[in-house]
Write a protein that binds this ligand. Structure first.
Ligand code: NQM
Length: 358
């Protein structure tokens, strides 16, 4: 008999790759509703705190220490609700201050697998409410024979091989992508642009920090002086985004920009924020593209801006293509919507057993 749900022995869970990240997916009904109990359970399931997460599902890196909680939405404008949780690796933290555009790619297929979203024929489109930020995204993916088909010929940099495409659309709301209304400002002594097109991001010129901007993530992480400056700027920027004290939060992110080197639009190194991303987040890339299109913004003069809306955001593992349409309203506010193609895969489906309470 299926042991699933909230049975004392274990919790029903699907491990999924979404884009260049990996996370544990749960139905909301299968985990405690109380956030304190739920977060404590997530730490025991993923094996945190521990740099190797040896006693749990986590992979020892922030990009593989993630959870998604999915349910049918009560919002008439959405089919599904998606709550993202960033589970700390070395520290016992569970944060809900940000969403994750990479895991978002796996939310629709997971919901079809679990039977909470009917497949729509050859392809299914799901309207997904992002519970962390309040936004709505749509995801379209192949469902021949009524189930997700993860196979296909789409390659994304940072993932070996190819898989079936999942088309994500985000944004398009009334909010300005410049939360302070300023194109640039000085934060902790540095000229930055604060932009939010789905993810709050501080844009910085890598050269202004003495970096070339094409360093390996490990090399940037080993530069204690540079990391300290990035963190000082990030903490000062937090309240300007309306996020309050962000010392313990994973937002805003800080992205170092430099001229493109692979024929793309711009080169990026993303502090997320205590590690440097091995590629770049989907929504981070959408925020970068929106920011650099605005004349005068940090990065505008470093970029090779395309005539059309397809931006090739260079990152340590290659390029992420994001289609970002930026418009300026009659009120002077800059707004944006974005689209990206990702892939996802079901890795295992089963019952996960939490580490005992210590
Ligand atoms: O920006 C990592 C990732 C992300 C976020 C992070 C993301 C996005 O999974 O949309 O996907 O924010 O730490 O790549």
């Amino acid at each position: 008999a299926a042991a699933g749900g909230t049975s004392p022995g274990g919790i029903r869970c699907m491990l999924m790759r979404g884009g260049t990240s990996k996370g544990a997916f749960f139905l909301a009904a299968d985990v405690p509703a109380d956030p304190v109990e739920r977060n404590e359970l997530m730490l025991r399931l993923l094996g945190s705190p521990d740099p190797r997460q040896i006693d749990g599902l986590g992979g020892g890196h922030v990009l593989t220490s993630k959870a998604a909680i999915v349910s049918v939405s009560e919002d008439p404008g959405a089919d599904l609700d998606y709550l993202f949780l960033q589970v700390g690796v070395e520290r016992p933290t569970v944060g809900d201050a940000q969403t994750c555009g990479n895991l978002l790619a796996a939310v629709g297929p997971f919901a079809v697998e679990r039977g909470i979203l009917p497949a729509g024929g050859e392809a299914t489109t799901a309207r997904i409410r992002l519970r962390n930020t309040g936004g709505i995204a749509t995801a379209s993916f192949a469902t021949p024979a009524g189930m997700p088909d993860y196979d296909g010929g789409t390659e994304i940099d940072g993932v070996p091989g190819s898989a079936g495409p999942i088309e994500l659309r985000l944004g398009g709301g009334e909010a300005s992508v410049l939360p302070t209304g300023l194109v640039t400002q000085t934060v902790a002594g540095h000229r930055v642009t604060l932009v939010d097109n789905g993810m709050p991001v501080v844009l910085m010129d890598a050269a202004s920090l003495g970096a070339s901007g094409d360093e390996d993530p490990g090399r940037l992480e080993a530069d204690a002086r540079l990391c300290a400056v990035v963190e000082e700027v990030r903490r000062a920027a937090g309240p300007l985004f309306g996020l309050g004290d962000v010392t313990e939060q994973t937002v805003p992110k800080v992205v170092l920009l430099s001229p493109p080197r692979q024929g793309g639009t711009i080169s990026t190194r993303a502090f997320i924020p205590f590690r440097v991303h091995e590629s770049i987040g989907v929504l981070m890339a959408a925020s970068v593209a929106a920011g650099i299109r605005i004349p005068g913004a940090v990065g505008h003069d470093l970029a090779l801006l395309p005539a059309g809306p397809e931006h090739d955001i260079e990152h340590p593992a290659g390029v992420l293509r994001t289609r970002v349409d930026v418009t300026r309203g009659e009120d002077g506010a800059w707004r944006a919507s974005s689209r990206s193609t990702r892939t996802a895969r079901k890795i295992f489906d089963g019952i996960v057993f939490p580490r005992p309470r210590r």
